[in-house]
Design a protein around this ligand. Sequence first.
Ligand SMILES: CC1=C(CCC(=O)O)c2cc3nc(cc4[nH]c(cc5[nH]c(cc1n2)c(C)c5CCC(=O)O)c(CCC(=O)O)c4C)C(CCC(=O)O)=C3C
Ligand SMILES: [Fe+2]
Length: 376
Amino acid sequence: MDADAAETRLAPYDALLVVSFGGPEGQEDVIPFLGNVTRGKDVPRERLEEVGEHYRAFGGKSPINDQNRAFVANLQHELAEAGLSIPVYWGNRNWHPYLTDEVKRMAADGMGRVAAFITSAYASYSGCRQYRENLAESVAEVGPAAPRIDRLRHSFDHPGFVSANTDSVVGALGELSRDAAEQARLVFVTHSIPVAMAETSGANGNAYIEQHEAVAQAVTAQVSARTGAQYEYDLVYCSRSGPPHVPWLEPDVNDHLEALAAQGTRAVVMAPIGFLSDHMEVVYDLDTEALDTAKKFGIEAARAATVGTHPDFVAAVIDLLLERAAVERGEAVDRASVGPPGPDADVCAVDCCRNLRAAKPALGGWDAPAHPSAPK
Ligand SMILES: CC1=C(CCC(=O)O)c2cc3nc(cc4[nH]c(cc5[nH]c(cc1n2)c(C)c5CCC(=O)O)c(CCC(=O)O)c4C)C(CCC(=O)O)=C3C
Ligand SMILES: [Fe+2]
C-alpha cells in the first residue's frame, strides 16, 4: 500500500494512545503506587498490607509495565508491517509514565487527534469510566494544546480477542495429562468488583457479567470445535478487596475449586479472560494462590496465558483503530464482533459505568466536557 492510502485509512487520527493501569518497578515504589490506586477508595488497611506483600514477594516489581512496553513495541511493529505510519504513546493511571505526562508530550509533538486504547476489555467503572475520568483530568490539566482524544470501543467481543484466548486455553489443555485434558472443566476468571459496580456497568447495567459470559461461551465453543471434545465452563472471580460487608461478585476462584473437587472434578484450565496481560493479579492470585488451592484439593490444573502480545489480539487493536477512524470519517463500517451482546458503543451513554462515589467529568461519553480549546 502506498503512504497516501495508509494515511487515508488512519485519518483523522495522528496518534494511538495506550492507556493502562501502571505498576511499581521496585520495592520503593510499592507504597506510593498503592497510595495512587486506592486514593479516595474504601480499601481496608489489612487488604492493602496483604497486597503490598504480594508485590514485595516479586521484588516490588509488577510485570505489568514491561508487558505494556512489549505490547506497544508489537503494535508499532505490526502497524509498520501494515504500512500504517502512526506514533504510539503509552500512559498510566497509577504509575510512570503517567497519563498527564503523555498527554503533554502528545501536545508538544503537535498531535491533534488521538485514539485511546484502554487495556481493559470490558465495561465497568474500574475498566471504563475511571480511565475516561483520568483522560478528562489529563486533558483539562494540559489545557487547549491537548489533543482531542476518542476512546476505542471495548475489545471483549472482537474475534481476535476471542481467538487469542482460545489459543491459550488449547495450549493450557496441552499441559495437562491426556485423560485430564479430555475431562477438564474450563474455569474462566476475571476481577471481582462490587455487585453495585457490576449492576451499573455499561449503558443499561449488568454489562460486566454479560460481556464476560459472551467471551466464555465463545471461547468454550471454539475450544470444543478445535479439540473435538465437549467442554463445560464456569465464570468465577479473583482479587476481591473492599470491606467484608460490601458484596462483591462471587464465587471466588478458590471457593469454586473446592466446590468442583467436592463434585468430583479432577482437572481444570483456568483462563484469566478478564485481564489482558499476566500482571500481578494473574501471577499472584492465580499462579500462586489458586494453583495451590487446586493442588490441595487434588485437581490437576493449568493456567492459560492472557492475550498479551498474541498476534490475533494485536491485529484486533489495529482493526479497532481503523474501524473508529472510518467511523470518524463518516463511513459505514462492518464491526467485527462475536456477539451477542454485540459491539459496545464508540461513545459511552450518559451515566454508563457510573461513578458511585462522586460525579466527575469523563471523556469519551455523550456527557463529556467540551475540549478546553472549544469556544466558550
Ligand atoms: C475490574 C478491574 C480490573 C480489570 C480491568 C483493568 O485492567 O483495568 C482491574 C485491574 C487491575 N488492578 C490492579 C491492581 C489493583 N487493583 C486494586 C483494587 C481494585 N481493583 C478493582 C477492579 C479492577 N482492577 C476494584 C474494584 C478495586 C477496589 C478499589 C476500587 O474501587 O478501585 C488494588 C488495591 C488493592 C486491592 O484492593 O486489591 C490494586 C493494587 C492492576 C495492576 C496489577 C499489577 O500491578 O500488575 C490491574 C491491571
Ligand atoms: Fe484492580
